[in-house]
Design a protein. Structure first.
Length: 242
C-alpha cells in the first residue's frame, strides 16, 4: 500500500477533504506532529520513504525558528525531501517552508488575507492541475507571503498576494491557500483562530456564512485538483510522461 505522511502543526488544520480521496486512491494516511514528535533520524527516514509528503498549515511564520526551534528541524526534513525530487505538497505554512528550503524569501505582507476569494490563475496555472479552481472561491488565511522559488512556475495569485501557488516539476506543488478545507469542520478553525480573527477585525459570523456558501464548491474542485495531480504523479512513476 502507498503511504502519505502529513506534517500537522495544529490538530484542526488536517488533510480535510483530501484525506478520503487519498485513502480511496490506495494511500495509507499517517500524521506526524512536528511540535511534539521528534524530527530525528527516524522521522527523516519516514518522510523519505513515504510515497507522498504533505506539509500542512499553521499559525506560525516559516521564519519563526528562533521562537519555535522545531521549525529548523522541519525545514531540514523538507529540504531533504526536495533534494530527492519525490512528491511533496505544501499548504500555507507548508508552502512557505518549501519556498524557504528552495532559497526563496518569506516575509510578512503587512496585513492579513483571511476569507474566501477566487484566485487569478496565470497562463501556466490555467494549463495546470489548478485549472478546476478557475472562479472558485478558496480559503485564504495568512499574513506572510513567499517569493517565487528559482526554477518554479507561478500558477496563481490574488490582488493582495501575487504568489499563491507554485509548481516545481510535476512532483512539487506549493499552495498558499487552503485547498483542503472541510466545511463540516470549519467551526474548529473559527474557534482555534478566534484571537487572530478578533485582532484582524473579522466577524466570525460573516466568515461562517461565507464558509457555508463556498465550502461545497471548494471541496468539489479540490477533488479534481488533487485527482489530477495524483494522476500526474502516477503517470510519471509509470514512465508515461516525458
Amino acid at each position: 500500500m502507498k503511504t502519505a505522511l502529513a506534517l500537522r502543526h495544529v490538530h484542526f488544520e488536517d488533510l480535510g477533504t483530501l484525506e478520503p480521496l487519498l485513502q480511496a486512491r490506495g494511500y495509507q494516511v499517517r500524521y506526524l506532529d512536528p511540535t511534539v514528535d521528534a524530527l530525528g533520524a527516524d522521522a527523516v527516514a519516514d518522510a523519505s520513504a513515504a510515497d507522498l509528503l504533505v506539509v500542512l498549515g499553521g499559525p506560525l511564520s516559516a521564519c519563526d525558528e528562533a521562537l519555535y526551534p522545531f521549525l529548523a528541524a522541519e525545514q531540514r526534513l523538507i529540504a531533504q525531501r526536495l533534494a530527492q525530487g519525490r512528491p511533496l505538497l505544501g499548504i500555507c505554512l507548508g508552502a512557505q517552508l518549501m519556498a524557504r528550503a528552495l532559497g526563496a524569501r518569506v516575509a510578512s505582507m503587512g496585513s492579513k488575507e483571511i476569507g474566501f476569494g477566487a484566485l487569478t490563475l496565470t497562463e501556466a496555472g490555467r494549463d495546470s492541475v489548478l485549472a478546476p479552481l478557475a472562479g472558485v472561491p478558496v480559503l485564504h488565511w495568512h499574513g506572510d507571503r513567499f517569493d517565487l522559488p528559482a526554477g518554479a512556475q507561478l500558477l496563481a495569485g490574488t490582488g493582495q498576494c501575487a504568489q499563491q501557488a507554485f509548481a516545481r516539476g510535476p512532483a512539487v506543488l506549493g499552495l498558499q491557500f487552503h485547498l483542503e478545507l472541510d466545511g463540516r469542520n470549519f467551526e474548529r478553525w473559527l474557534v482555534g483562530h478566534c484571537c487572530e480573527l478578533a485582532q484582524a477585525g473579522i466577524d466570525p459570523r460573516s466568515l461562517r456564512a461565507d464558509g457555508e456558501r463556498c465550502a461545497p464548491a471548494l471541496a468539489q474542485a479540490a477533488q479534481q485538483v488533487m485527482g489530477r495531480w495524483l494522476d500526474g504523479l502516477e503517470a510519471c512513476a509509470a514512465g508515461t510522461v516525458r
